[in-house]
Design a binder for this molecule. Structure first.
Ligand code: ATP
Length: 208
C-alpha cells in the first residue's frame, strides 16, 4: 500500500514555510508523494485569483519529483470542503494510506470542520508546529491532545504526530503585508515566486 499525503492550503502565496513542512513530512513518514491541493474557494478567506496561486505553487514545487499539484478542488463548485477532497483523491489513488499535513493553527480548528469528525479518522495527521503564542514543542503537543480529546467527545479517534521541524515564522499574510508596504520578500519565498509576484503586481494594493 502506498503512503501519500495531502497538503491543502490557500497558498496565497506559497512560501518557504510550506515547502519545509512538506519536505519534512516526506521523509519523516516515508511518503511516496505530497499532493498539494490549492483551495479553490476558501470557506473563510478572500484570496488572490486561483490561477495566480496555482502558477506560483507550480513554480515553487517544480524541482521536487515527489511533489505534485492536484486540481480536484476545481472540479467542484461552491465551497471547498476537505472531506470531499479526500474522497475524490481516494478515487484517483486507490490502495493508499493517507496522511494530511496541517499547521498547528489549522489542526486546532479540525473539530469544527464540515464532517470534521469523519475526516479526522480517514487519514493520519502530520502537524507542523506553528508559533501561535510562543508555544514550545511540549505546548504544541498539549494543544494536539486537546484536539484529540475534543474529537473523542464526537466519537472520533484521531491519529497524529508532530513534524520534527523548527518553528518557521513565515506566513502568507506576512508576505502580503510586506508587499503592500513595499518591503523585500526575497528569501521568504522561492525566487521564481518572487518574480511572479512582481511581474503580476500581486498584493501591492490589496487591503485586508
Ligand atoms: P495566511 O497567513 O494567509 O493565513 P498561511 O501562511 O497560514 O496563510 P495557508 O496556505 O493558509 O498559509 O496554509 C496552508 C497550511 O500550511 C496550513 O495548515 C497552515 O497552518 C500551514 N502553514 C503555513 N505556514 C506555516 C508555517 N510557517 N509553519 C507551519 N505550518 C504552516
Amino acid at each position: 500500500m502506498q503512503q501519500l499525503a495531502v497538503f491543502g492550503g490557500t497558498f496565497d502565496p506559497i512560501h518557504w514555510g510550506h515547502l519545509l513542512v512538506a519536505e519534512t513530512a516526506l521523509h519523516q513518514v516515508s511518503l511516496e508523494k505530497v499532493i498539494w491541493v490549492p483551495t479553490l474557494n476558501p470557506p473563510h478567506k478572500e484570496a488572490a485569483l486561483f490561477e495566480h496561486r496555482l502558477q506560483m505553487l507550480q513554480l515553487a514545487i517544480k524541482d521536487n519529483p515527489a511533489f505534485t499539484v492536484s486540481l480536484v478542488e476545481t472540479n467542484r463548485s461552491g465551497t471547498s470542503y476537505a472531506i470531499n477532497t479526500l474522497i475524490d483523491l481516494s478515487a484517483c489513488y486507490p490502495n493508499t494510506h493517507w496522511y494530511w499535513i496541517v499547521g498547528l493553527d489549522t489542526f486546532q480548528t479540525l473539530p469544527g470542520w464540515y464532517r470534521g469528525h469523519e475526516l479526522a479518522q480517514m487519514c493520519d495527521w502530520l502537524i507542523a508546529p506553528r508559533q501561535l503564542g510562543g508555544e514550545t514543542i511540549t505546548q504544541s503537543k498539549l494543544i494536539c491532545k486537546q484536539v484529540e480529546q475534543q474529537l473523542k467527545e464526537q466519537s472520533a479517534i484521531v491519529h497524529w504526530q508532530l513534524l520534527n521541524i523548527p518553528l518557521v515564522g513565515v506566513s502568507s499574510s506576512l508576505i502580503r503585508k510586506f508587499c503592500r508596504e513595499g518591503k523585500s520578500i526575497r528569501y521568504l519565498v522561492p525566487e521564481a515566486v518572487r518574480s511572479y509576484i512582481t511581474n503580476n503586481n500581486l498584493y501591492s494594493y490589496k487591503s485586508e
